[in-house]
Design a protein around this ligand. Sequence first.
Ligand code: CTP
Ligand code: CA
Length: 223
Amino acid sequence: KGILKRSSDYEGLKILVTAGPTREPIDPVRYISNHSSGKMGYAVAKAALDRGAAVKLVTGPVNITPPTGAETICVTSAVDMYNEVMKSYESFDILVMVAAVADYRCVTVSEKKIKKSGENLTLELVKNPDIAAELGKVKGHRIMIGFSAETDNLLDNAASKLASKNMDMVVANDVTLEGAGFGVDTNIVKLIKRDGSRIDLPVMSKEDVAHRILDEVLSIRNG
Ligand code: CTP
Ligand code: CA
């Protein structure tokens, strides 16, 4: 499908995108996080805007300027991101979960800076809410796309996330490949749909990957 045909094919559609990492505080000066740059999620938001969608971007802390025209909500922790998404998803047609949400947070956040003392320190963590999984239970007719960033067993892990979170498509992302994953401007992904069909994409800019994802979202919508 050519670039020209894409120029307004999302007019009238509303997309909610999560992007970036979350930060889970340990004390006032420290946190737990991950290497997500936000580039892939921001590329999806930008591509959707360029095709005429109304876009809400719920983003963890990143160093990129939000695309012009998106309603951008900056959050820090997984719980903040969960609350923001759950209070607004209902008015959206398409939900694209690109954020690298921290799976666990500290059971207690120290009010004061933790002082260095013994040779070992144990932090007790508790599981965060799974935004995609919760959306999967309530999404109804909405289309939900998730990502599966893996270092091994790519296709099996991605397929089980597709099923367990009730996604319509999963973007399987082997982050160990050169030219893929965290921080870089390119990505190498496989798109897996509920019917089991799979599209293996070559190395592409994150912008082009975003457009290919949006192409497939429309084809799912249009049956
Ligand atoms: N996700 C989410 N909320 C979480 C964890 C994950 O919305 N608390 C979403 C991600 O945005 C992604 C998908 O779920 O679209 C898969 O995330 P991933 O971290 O790969 O899956 P997990 O179920 O957390 O499994 P694991 O980290 O053990 O591989
Ligand atoms: Ca995870």
